[in-house]
Design a protein around this ligand. Structure first.
Ligand code: PFF
Length: 461
């Protein structure tokens, strides 16, 4: 067997994994769920979940990949036997599900960007109330946008780990962080900043609904790309010399940083515009794609400059996430079927695009696909159904089995030799002890609570 392609540079993994983690989850979902859970207290619970659950699972996944140098299905099979490879298969299936709707929403950033450019040059024209509904209900346009996004993703994956994923994220990520910091600095001049900081960092636990706690845990999976093997796959390209705990900590930190910055940007804009706070659109989509552009052009100084830049940020973030989703599928085809990369890429993207077609047409264009419902009211349509399925069921279940596998089934010697968290005198570092405790107890129990809540009808998507 050919030796596995590794990241070309020391920070290759961190950049690519941060690219995977930072995405629509940070810029689209997190600001929305934080808003609905009343800020401060939710943010604290979220931070705790990220440390107690996200961080150890991220380490566990990287470790599985790095140890075996294989993608999720063969990796789990090597370490745990045929039975455990089912968890790998579940991951690949989840990749299809998420990629199949993520590309559709990611495609909207292209239109938002083009609209903003138009408005910035020739003046803002407030869209009619039903404009967004008409836009998402325009089947051919939705098909085209998601096709463009899938094609861009496939072209990068086609070029391989070093020349495709690493090279592109090395450009996308620094630009993304530069834009993000620029936007944070810009909004700090707006009057809404005080209220934003109070909302985000002044916790009032009486205002946090109990489901918010579980929602925070559930979101940690989506935002950190956990529970579906993306980090196993990226970990399999990691050099044996790198520190897993340091890399995982860095990715978790950067992802959280972006999520908080996204809230600062959006809320400050919202709080700075008179009377908007009360009328924020009730949907996740509303805040990012309807309310925000309107506010930027009508109330915010320099909004015409900020707006197009902001949507480039969202597009870049989404692209570096779709790359990792497709790579999970492609890596399986390469590892399991010995397929050449270009063939695997074509096949993987083609199959995933088939799911995208169904999602793209489920927003009004085709009534049957738009009304189809498994999870009841509010979850009509293929796109909502897939989002619900992945975020509520598939990722937590995948993550749960990873904790059980690494915490209770995997030979301890493997964990110890991969993590190398011992002091010179042979005793274990505190980081290792914490990891071991979290992965065996805290994380599985917390995820179990989420799964039970979902079984009893809670909806976190
Ligand atoms: N972490 C991405 C986001 O926050 O948008 C979504 C995602 C990407 C989930 C890759 C899972 C994954 F494998």
């Amino acid at each position: 067997m050919a030796t596995r392609e590794n990241w070309g540079t020391k920070i290759g993994f961190i950049i690519a994994a941060t690219g995977s983690a930072v995405g629509l989850g940070n810029l689209w979902k997190f600001p929305y769920i934080t808003w609905h859970n009343n800020g401060g207290a939710f943010v604290i619970i979220y931070l705790i979940s990220v440390v107690l659950i996200g961080w150890p699972i991220m380490m566990a996944e990287i470790m599985i990949g790095r140890k075996t140098q294989e993608s999720p299905v063969p990796a789990l099979e090597i370490l745990g036997g045929k039975k455990w490879s089912i968890v790998g298969w579940l991951g690949v299936l989840t990749g299809f599900v998420i990629l199949g709707y993520y590309t559709v929403i990611a495609g909207w950033t292209i239109t938002s960007f083009i609209s903003c450019i138009k408005w910035s040059f020739s003046g803002y024209v407030s869209p009619s109330d039903d404009a967004f509904g008409k836009f998402i209900g325009n089947g051919p346009l939705q098909l085209l946008l998601s096709f463009l996004f899938m094609t861009a993703t496939a072209l990068i994956i086609w070029k391989g780990v070093k020349n495709g994923i690493e090279k592109s994220t090395r450009i996308l990520m620094p630009v993304l962080f530069a834009i993000l910091i620029y936007l944070v600095v810009m909004v700090l001049f707006l009057p809404g900043r005080t209220e934003t900081f109070k909302f985000l960092f002044n916790p009032n636990f009486a205002e946090l609904p109990w489901e918010g706690v579980l929602e925070a845990i559930g979101h940690a999976f989506f935002t950190l790309s956990l529970g579906m093997g993306a980090m196993i796959t990226y970990g399999s390209y990691m050099n044996k010399q790198e520190s897993i705990s340091r890399s995982a900590s860095m990715v978790v930190f950067l992802d959280t940083f972006v999520a908080i910055c996204a809230c600062i940007i959006m809320y400050t804009i919202i709080f700075s515009a008179p009377g908007v706070k009360e009328s924020i659109s009730g949907s996740t989509v509303g805040m990012l794609f309807i309310t925000l552009p309107h506010l930027l052009y009508t109330y915010i100084p320099f909004g015409a400059t900020i707006a197009p830049i902001f949507y480039i940020l969202v597009a870049f973030a989404a692209l570096s996430s779709t790359i990792s989703l497709l790579e999970v599928i492609v890596a399986l085809l390469i590892d399991k079927l010995n397929m050449p990369r270009h063939k695997a890429t074509f096949l993987g993207a083609f199959a995933a695009y088939f799911v995208s077609i169904l999602s793209a047409l489920s927003l009004g264009a085709v009534p049957f696909l738009s009304n189809w419902s498994v999870f009841g009211p509010g979850k009509e349509g293929i796109l909502s159904t897939l989002d619900h399925l992945a975020a509520n069921w598939m990722l937590p279940i995948g993550g749960f089995f990873i904790t059980i596998f690494v915490g209770w089934r995997l030979d301890k010697n493997i964990t110890e030799s991969e993590l190398r968290l011992t002091n010179p005198d042979g005793t274990f570092k505190l980081t290792y002890k914490l990891f071991r405790f979290f992965i065996r107890f805290t994380a599985p129990l917390a995820i179990l609570a989420v799964i039970l809540a979902v079984i009893f009808g809670k909806d976190f998507s």
